[in-house]
Design a protein around this ligand. Structure first.
Ligand SMILES: [Zn+2]
Length: 470
């Protein structure tokens, strides 16, 4: 059992049902669980004490959709659209990634999560073209002391192929036949809307395994209402389902999702940049559909939920203003509050994963996944007047002072504990070198720098006139 820990004198966002915020309060962790939250707590003598004054203590954040293997290509696709992403990974180069490349990407992404205070990450792992790749993915996740969920996928085959294979089923038996609290399991595949609904074979396997299904739904040009309707008509829409993006669906699909209890994983930065559709929280709110947040892929963005919260508030409010302006109206009060996005980044994720009984809030009895945001060297850490606003709009990764997962300190004083970053770096270098070699210099460079369409300049009736020459 881990040693007791007490965080003293912080602003505590409990994220309990009442969203209680406690000032100058302590959080006591014993045996990997939250023992108590409140002012001036008695702690065991041998407890590790962490000074949380001038800081914000909150539950560990939860990312419900990230293609962790792609972190090996960090930043490569910064200028991509979704079409370019599809061409690169689905059509041209997804196959080149070997098990050790999946391992390298997953390891780095897992480390990155902990560093940013993301204590649970769903690995939407659709690069598992063989069981060796899948073993590599799990090995990597288990080598890093965070909480993870392997969402098994394989973009090289139809889900009706890989999900029904003996290889897949024996892999699940071998690696997931435990009640490991640190590593969950889901199945990850998309439903194209083909009227024959071939994906139903994979849904049947998921039902047998009692595995939640996570699916990119409502993605412009890829998945639409037909997929949702087919899932619903065949009885495969359950409260366990996570619908990723859900941007381009009609009212009918949102109603089906709401009525069957599933949730949506919103990746605002991704949706804004890649083109899945407008980030949907502004419409999900109207349907009372539960929301969690995600970062999607580090091919464009970093795995950091501060930017997810910020982008989501911005996109939701931006849409609300725009819709009002079209009607000649002015929005005087925002619907979406900073408090809500902090909830989505923590409790929302726990609910989406059906782990709300043990994760997502700082309440006695829950697992001790705790984040302290504190940076005494930063001019941005005071004053803390609106703690939710501070988390959503002011704080960033470098302000993550302490991260506790399952009662163990994995980051403190702003530094990761017991993580071999050099080893991770070396593995990534090998993957990058290999990928460059496979693609060849021209394709590698071209892939990173897609053509820019010509900008059509607007006609301007005015002429520039130099001052004094009038
Ligand atoms: Zn995705």
């Amino acid at each position: 059992m881990s040693e007791p820990i007490v965080l003293r004198g912080g602003t505590v966002l409990t994220m309990n049902d009442a969203h209680e915020v406690l000032h100058d309060a302590d959080v006591l962790v014993v045996d990997g669980k939250i023992e108590k939250v409140g002012p001036n707590l008695d702690a065991p003598e041998h407890a590790t004490t962490i000074d949380a004054s001038n800081g914000i203590v909150m539950p560990g954040m939860i990312d419900t959709h990230r293609h962790m293997w792609q972190t090996a290509m960090r930043g490569y696709g910064a200028d991509w659209t979704l079409s370019q992403y599809f061409v690169f990974f689905y059509l041209e180069h997804g196959k080149i990634f070997r098990p050790q490349d999946i391992h390298a990407g997953n390891t780095l992404s897992a480390i990155e999560s902990l560093d940013a205070g993301v204590t649970t990450t769903v690995d939407w792992s659709h690069g598992l073209q063989t069981v060796d790749h899948a073993d590599a993915a799990v090995d990597a996740l288990q080598s890093i002391p965070g909480r993870f969920v392997l969402a098994y996928g394989n973009l090289q085959q139809g889900p009706w192929e890989w999900a029904t294979s003996k290889d897949f089923q024996s892999f699940v038996q071998r690696r997931f036949n435990t009640n490991d609290d640190m590593l969950g399991f889901q199945m990850a595949f998309d439903v194209t809307g083909d009227p024959a609904f071939p994906e139903q074979e994979a849904f049947k396997v998921a039902r047998e395994l009692n595995a939640p299904v996570t699916t990119h739904a409502g993605v412009w040009g890829a998945t639409n209402d037909d997929g949702i309707r087919l899932m619903h008509e065949h009885g495969f829409m359950t409260p366990q389902n996570i619908y990723v993006h859900a941007c381009t669906l009609t009212e009918d699909s949102y109603n089906r999702i709401a009525a069957t209890g599933g949730s949506v994983s919103v990746s605002t930065e991704s949706e804004q940049s890649a083109g899945q559709g407008y980030p949907p929280t502004w419409t999900l709110r109207k349907h009372n559909i539960p929301v969690s947040l995600s970062m999607d892929t580090s091919v464009w963005w970093s795995g950091d939920l501060f930017s997810a919260m910020r982008a989501t508030l911005g996109a939701d409010r931006s849409r609300e203003h725009l819709e009002a302006h079209v009607k000649g109206d002015t929005v005087t009060n925002h619907h979406l509050r900073a408090e809500q996005v902090v909830d989505w980044a923590t409790r929302g994720g726990a609910k989406a994963l059906h782990r709300d009984d043990t994760l997502g809030s700082l309440e006695p009895g829950k697992k001790a996944d705790v984040v302290l945001i504190k940076n005494d060297d930063s001019p941005v850490m005071f004053p803390i007047l609106h703690p939710y606003g501070h988390v959503a709009f002011q704080a960033q990764r470098s302000d993550v002072h302490t991260v506790i997962v399952d009662g163990k300190i994995v980051k403190t004083e702003g530094k990761l504990v017991g993580i071999d970053l050099d080893k991770a770096r070396h593995a990534i270098e090998q993957t990058v070198e290999f990928a460059m070699g496979e693609l060849g210099k021209e394709a590698w460079t071209g892939g990173m720098h897609p053509e820019i369409p010509e900008t059509e300049l607007a006609d301007n009736p005015y002429q520039y006139t130099e001052w004094g020459k009038r």
